[in-house]
Write a protein that binds this ligand. Structure first.
Ligand code: 13P
Ligand code: SF4
Length: 351
C-alpha cells in the first residue's frame, strides 16, 4: 500500500497524464491535500456555474459532497461523467428533508391557505427535492444568492416555504425585513409539522427544521466573548449559523464571501471566523499577515467533506485511466427534468 506521500506523488503524475480528460472541482471545505488538486475551487454557487461551463471534459471529479456532484451532473452533458471520490460523502443537513416528507408538508400547507406558496430549496438537498421546487414554480438558492432568490420568490407569491436549512432561511428573510413572528418552523417529525392550519395561513415564511451540524456548533456566547476580549477582531460567520450568532457577529456570508472579505482586509486585521475548520485553517495559513482564528474553541469539522482523501481521488483517476470509471453520480432523467429547470432558473437569477 502507498504511503500518504506516495499517494500525492502518484496523483500529481496521473493528473498531468489525464489532463485533457479529467477536471477536478473542489469545495472550500476540502482539506489542503485535496484542494491542491482542484482546477476550480469555489463555494456552492461558483462550482455549479463552473460545472455548467465545462463542456469539453469527459470526466469531472467532484471533491465535495453528494448533492454538489448531483448538481454538477445535471448541469453537464449526457456524455460527461461526474465522479465523487467517496460515495458516502453526504450532507447531514441535506438528509433532513426527503421527497415524501416535503410532499406531505406541501399537501397540508396548500389545504391550510389560499395564498400562493413559493417553495425555495437551499442547494444542499437531494435532486428529488430540486425537482419538487421545479415542479411547483419555485427555485433553488445558495448562501451567496439567497437574498435575490427570496426577493424573487416574493414577487411570485405571498408565502415562502424554505427548506431544508431553517437558519439560512430565517437569517436571509430577517435581512429582507420580515419579522421573526411572521416565520414558523415545520418539523416533519411531528403531526402536521407541529403547526396548525391557522399558523400556516398567518405565516409569511415556513421554515423547514433542518440545520447544519457543523455550523450549529457556534454560539452567541462565543461571539460576545470575542467582542469583549478582543474588540479589534471582526467576527465573520456563515449564514448556516443560528440567528443569535449571525445577529451578534459583525458580518456573515458564504464561504466565498468570507474568503474575499479576509483577502481584501489590510495587513494586521484580525478575524474570528465561524465556519468549517479546514477553511479557517487554510485562511490562517494563506494570510500570515492577518490574525485568523476559529470562532469556536472546538473543532467544527464537516466529517462528510472530510471523507474525500487523496487516496480515493487517486483511485478515481486510476479507474478512469483503466477505462473503468467508478463512483459515477447520475441523476435519473425523470428527476433531472424539473431539477434542471429549477437549477437553470437559479443560474439565470444569479447573473
Ligand atoms: P457555500 O460554500 O456555498 O457557502 O456553502 C457552505 C456549505 O456548507 C456547503 O455545504
Ligand atoms: Fe452539509 Fe454542513 Fe457539511 Fe455543508 S458543512 S456539507 S451544510 S454538513
Amino acid at each position: 500500500e502507498l504511503s500518504d506521500e506516495e499517494v500525492l506523488v502518484e496523483l500529481r503524475k496521473i493528473k498531468e497524464e489525464l489532463k485533457d480528460e479529467v477536471v477536478v472541482l473542489g469545495h472550500h471545505y476540502q482539506q489542503d491535500d485535496v484542494i491542491e488538486f482542484a482546477d476550480y475551487k469555489g463555494d456552492s454557487l461558483k462550482l455549479a456555474q463552473d460545472a455548467a461551463l465545462l463542456k469539453d471534459k469527459p470526466y469531472i471529479i467532484f471533491c465535495g459532497v453528494h448533492f454538489m456532484a448531483e448538481t454538477a451532473d445535471m448541469l453537464t452533458g449526457d456524455d460527461q461523467h461526474v465522479i465523487l471520490p467517496d460515495m458516502q460523502a453526504g450532507c447531514s443537513m441535506a438528509d433532513m428533508a426527503n421527497r415524501e416528507e416535503i410532499d406531505k408538508a406541501w399537501d397540508f400547507m396548500r389545504k391550510s391557505t389560499n395564498d400562493k406558496i413559493i417553495p425555495i430549496t437551499y442547494i444542499n438537498c437531494a435532486a428529488t427535492l430540486k425537482s419538487f421546487v421545479g415542479e411547483n414554480d419555485g427555485t433553488i438558492c445558495t448562501s451567496s444568492n439567497a437574498q435575490n432568490i427570496i426577493k424573487w420568490a416574493f414577487d411570485q407569491g405571498q408565502k415562502l416555504l424554505f427548506f431544508p436549512d431553517q437558519h439560512l432561511g430565517r437569517n436571509t428573510c430577517h435581512d429582507l425585513g420580515i419579522s421573526l413572528d411572521e416565520m414558523v418552523v415545520y418539523n416533519p417529525n411531528m403531526l402536521n409539522g407541529g403547526l396548525t392550519s391557522e399558523q400556516i395561513d398567518k405565516a409569511k415564511v415556513i421554515l423547514w427544521y433542518g440545520f447544519c451540524s457543523v455550523h450549529q456548533g457556534f454560539t452567541a456566547t462565543q461571539v460576545e466573548q470575542i467582542k469583549k476580549e478582543k474588540p479589534d477582531t471582526t467576527v465573520i460567520v456563515h449564514p448556516e449559523c443560528n440567528f443569535e450568532v449571525v445577529q451578534a457577529a459583525h458580518d456573515n456570508g458564504s464561504t466565498a464571501y468570507i474568503i474575499n472579505k479576509i483577502k481584501e482586509a489590510p495587513a494586521g486585521s484580525k478575524f474570528a471566523v465561524g465556519t468549517e475548520i479546514n477553511l479557517v485553517n487554510r485562511l490562517a495559513n494563506d494570510f500570515p499577515d492577518k490574525e485568523i482564528t476559529s470562532l469556536s474553541p472546538y473543532q467544527c469539522l464537516c466529517t462528510t467533506m472530510y471523507r474525500v482523501r487523496p487516496r480515493w481521488l487517486l483511485a478515481s483517476f486510476r479507474a478512469i485511466k483503466e477505462n473503468k470509471p467508478i463512483n459515477i453520480i447520475k441523476v435519473d432523467d425523470k428527476t433531472k427534468e424539473y431539477s434542471l429547470k429549477a437549477l437553470n432558473k437559479m443560474l439565470e437569477l444569479s447573473k
